[in-house]
Write a new protein. Structure first.
Length: 882
């Protein structure tokens, strides 16, 4: 496999002005006829007047090839693995290509394939080349017309991008529908669906009064689970008009739910295809978290219509141009729909845990990568979530109004084009006048910057000196980094916990009480005047940049910030820092087999939190959650899985035991308040349920049959999946073990939901991720279960993903967990390379683990590496990580 470099980008030699596709769908094969109007790219920099044309194509049977009506014989073109090359005689010409493909046998779920008897597609990034020979690259944009022909009885619904312009019946009970998409698009946005589907319909009137039909398609047994996605879609359409001035542009917008899907969802023009787990919901089958996930993903894919489709990416190195920006758009939408503070906390937590780990690992890459072997490996937290943070920093540095001027300019300038990250930054600069020269380092440098803050207070003058130094660790291929331009949110708290006016040198004497410092040097000092005593700094407020902050906070400082800081993120962060200190202390002691005493300051601080009547429920729930095992692992110098699990558990138990009465009281209070109404997936109710279930989780950490009983009662009486699922988790992992009850509840859960594939995913995950249940043997047994489907990415991610998150059993079984994973990766690589490469990611972190685990992880990777004919997906990950 070869490496592709950004620096080698060249414009295509030819354009495809129009693309006419005809799909003749049959049970054992599909015939695809592509008619392409080709045109020489006059501007391309090339040697010959009319260079040969090379089209991408994989796993295709070429049936016939015509150029301007004349059939080309085998000796007139070259067919090699991955491409078709033919001579060109005119600057404009027509190609007609007929290929035969076998969607029924396509297990990679790229291109055209079948899921539960329906045909569907996934073309991003390079799946279209499995449908026909084409210039399958995002800078080649074409107007598509698609005719779909199939059996009327089996596939009554035939969909593609755009508007339906023709339909009719044919012989042999076949029928067809022709779709036309007037907007130029790259092949990765092509979509087709054929199946026996039902739909719900609604309408949206755009800001200019255009009527848009909205349809959500599913199999008939799921038709009652579409309401939430439809409501979310309408909210998204309205929000994008209000906040970005962006209006929808076709007569119809469709979403189709499919069960077998590699990603969460896909923004194909006018025809979004969704993983059913990201669109279907009912109170009985979906948790609050799922409701919120659906709202966010429906918005994300809808927002792509402008940030992705109308303006697309020139090449795949620019992926963050559409993904980072669109994640930022959906995050702001979710913040507006729910609790802004909590959304920020949750996003920061994901970033700091998982993206920081990626940025510190062997696959680290800038948000605009410089090279790759397999682009599918770069749909990463870095490109998406860090990419979002980079856009957010631009928003912070420019302010909302200038940012909006920037996006208007960007959309104006590049509508209908394939753009670059540079185009985006330039539009922001041109619209606002803010110089982003140094800021561009965020696009080219990988790794997580570290900000080290030191301070000094001069009692005589009242001056407070804050010194801020930045550095960034070396990452693969990038030994030395240039300083970043970092917006650093700051406030100073006085001894009463009030925010001080920030009277910086040369600053305004009134002084704002919050400020964003623009950090550009490797070290700089700010002086704040008029401080009566040494202030306590509140740093990186609202998580203003994707960086680590080092400041020598004492435990007292952290408890103080937890109580007094006005920034939700920083209150939460103070709590996390305190938790990390307490747990790390036990991790140290665990090494020495010493008696383990839990830090009483932490236990007391949590008591105050539980009792705080003023704290927003949702924020309280977040603060009460101790740092996750994954986040503790990310922050450790060397990961000691057993010690982390034991120490965290010990701290949780100490908090639970000390405050059990208060936790129970809070639980009961919330439980009673919620018991009066129907389930509503709204922020205030979600906050109550979340906090209530956090309390229940603590109570399950007390060795007391009575609390276990409380979980069982909640399970049995639950009127929503949120409550039932939370109770099930408590029962499975309770400190007071009752194996009989565990079996009974797992069986009950299975019996209730066995026909619902998405809920069953969770049934597998709750077991494989459990420290109590999820042994290698258990996971192997579950793979043989009737309800397990090894062709379903959701099932694989649930069971195997759940197991690799299970620190107790994945890491501590003498390597059996690693060997199991290696076996699955080798097996899956033949079937679905994208999923194989995803599930192996935990192994790539081997260097950070304690020596024994590390060696065993490496061994498992070496075994994968030794396999012949690895996919490019797995090949790249395994080779980069060894
Ligand atoms: N479907 C993926 C997303 O929306 C890739 N574009 O992010
Ligand atoms: Zn996206």
């Amino acid at each position: 496999p070869s490496t592709i470099y950004l620096k080698d980008y060249q414009a295509p030699d030819y354009w495809i002005d129009t693309t006419h596709l005809t799909f003749d769908l049959h049970e054992d094969h599909t015939l695809v006829t592509a008619v392409l109007q080709m045109r020489l790219n006059e501007d391309a920099n090339r040697g010959e007047a009319l260079p040969a044309l090379t089209l991408h194509g994989e796993e295709l049977d070429l049936v016939s090839l015509h150029r301007d009506g004349e059939e080309l014989e085998k000796d007139q073109y070259q067919l090699v693995k991955g491409s078709l090359t033919l001579p060109v005689e005119q600057p404009r010409f027509q190609l007609q290509i007929v290929t035969r493909i076998r969607p029924q046998e396509n297990t990679s779920l790229e291109g055209l394939y079948k899921s539960n008897g329906m045909f569907c597609t996934q073309c991003e990034a390079e799946g279209f080349r499995k449908i026909t020979y084409y210039l399958d690259r995002p800078d080649v944009m074409s107007v598509f017309t698609t005719k779909v022909i199939a059996s009327q009885a089996r596939y009554p619904v035939l969909l593609a991008n755009g508007n339906a312009i023709d339909r009719g019946e044919l012989d042999n009970d076949r029928h067809y529908v022709t779709w036309e998409d007037p907007f130029k698009k790259p092949s990765y946005l092509f979509a087709l669906v054929a199946g026996d589907l039902e739909y719900v319909e609604d309408h949206f009137t755009t800001m200019n009064g255009r009527e848009v039909t909205l349809r959500l398609f599913t199999e008939s047994h799921n038709i009652h689970k579409c309401d939430h996605a439809m409501v979310s879609l309408k909210k998204s359409m309205k929000w994008d008009e209000e906040v970005y001035g962006r209006e929808y542009d076709l007569d119809i917008f469709m979403i189709v739910a499919v069960d077998h899907f590699n990603m969460g969802a896909m923004e194909n023009k006018g025809l979004n295809i969704f993983n059913s787990s990201c669109v279907l919901a009912s109170p009985e089958t979906a948790t609050d978290a799922t409701y919120q996930k659906i709202e966010a993903i429906v918005a994300h894919e809808y927002f792509h219509n402008w940030s992705g489709n109308r303006v697309t990416c020139r090449d795949w190195f620019q992926l963050s141009l559409k993904e980072g920006f669109t994640v930022f758009r959906d995050a702001e939408f979710s913040a507006d729909m729910n609790s802004r503070g909590v959304k920020r906390i949750q996003d920061a937590a994901v970033l700091r845990t998982a993206q920081f780990a990626e940025d510190a690992g062997p696959m680290a890459h800038p948000i605009r990568p410089e090279s790759f072997i397999e682009i599918s490996n770069f749909y990463t937290l870095t490109v998406y979530e860090k990419g979002c943070e980079v856009v957010r920093m631009i928003h912070t540095l420019l302010g909302a109004d200038q940012f909006r001027k920037g996006t208007d300019l960007y959309f104006d300038r590049h509508d209908g084009e394939a753009a670059t990250c540079e185009d985006f930054v330039k539009a922001m600069e041109d619209a606002s006048g803010v110089d982003l020269t140094q800021f561009r380092n965020w696009y080219s440098q990988s790794g997580t910057p570290v900000i080290t803050v030191t301070d000094r207070y001069e009692a005589e003058t009242g001056d407070y000196h804050l010194t801020i130094a930045q550095s960034c660790p070396a990452t693969p291929g990038q030994e030395h980094k240039k300083p970043f331009h970092i917006p650093l949110g700051l406030a100073l708290l006085d001894e009463q916990g009030q925010l001080l006016p920030l009277n910086a040198e040369g600053g305004n004497s009134e002084g704002n009480r919050e400020q964003v410092l623009s950090i550009k040097q490797s070290e700089e000092t700010f002086v704040f005047k008029g401080c009566k005593s040494k202030p306590l700094p509140s740093l990186l407020r609202n998580f203003s940049a994707p960086v680590r902050v080092r400041y020598d906070y004492s435990k007292d400082d952290l408890v103080f910030l937890m109580k007094h800081d006005t920034d939700s993120f920083n209150r939460w962060d103070a709590c996390q820092r305190l938790g990390v200190m307490a747990i790390e202390q036990l991790v140290e002691q665990f090494d020495e087999q010493a008696e383990q005493a839990v830090d009483s300051q932490l236990v007391d601080a949590f008591g105050a939190l539980i009792a705080d009547p003023k704290l927003e429920h949702a924020v309280k729930a977040e603060m009460l959650c101790l740092p996750t095992e994954a986040s503790l692992a990310e922050q450790a110098e060397e990961i000691k899985p057993l010690a982390i699990v034991a120490a965290r558990k010990k701290v949780k138990q100490a908090i639970a035991e000390t405050h059990s009465a208060a936790l129970l009281a809070l639980y009961n209070e919330l439980h009673n308040e919620l018991n009066h109404g129907d389930y509503r997936p709204e922020a205030s109710d979600i906050a109550k349920r979340t906090l209530k279930n956090v309390c229940l989780g603590y109570l399950a950490a007390v060795d007391d049959a009575g609390y276990l009983q409380r979980s069982a009662e909640q399970y049995n009486a639950a009127s929503s999946m949120t409550d039932r699922r939370a109770a099930l988790g408590c029962i499975v992992n309770a400190r007071h073990r009752d194996e009989h009850l565990v079996e009974q509840m797992l069986t009950d859960f299975y019996d209730r939901y066995k026909d619902d594939a998405n809920v069953m995913d969770d049934w597998f995950a709750v077991q494989s991720s459990s420290a109590e249940l999820g042994t290698v043997e258990k996971v192997k047994a579950l793979m043989q279960h009737d309800s397990f489907d090894s062709t379903s990415p959701n099932k694989l991610r649930a069971l195997i993903g759940g197991f690799t998150r299970n620190m107790t059993h994945f890491h501590t079984t003498g390597g059996a967990g690693y060997e199991f994973l290696a076996d699955r990766v080798i097996e899956l690589d033949k079937q679905n390379p994208q999923v194989a490469s995803r599930v192996m990611m935990p192994l790539t972190r081997w260097k950070k683990f304690e020596p024994v685990a590390s060696g065993l992880m490496k061994k498992a990777l070496q075994r994968i590496k030794a396999v012949h004919d690895l996919s490019t997906d797995v090949y790249e990950v395994v080779n980069k990580s060894l």
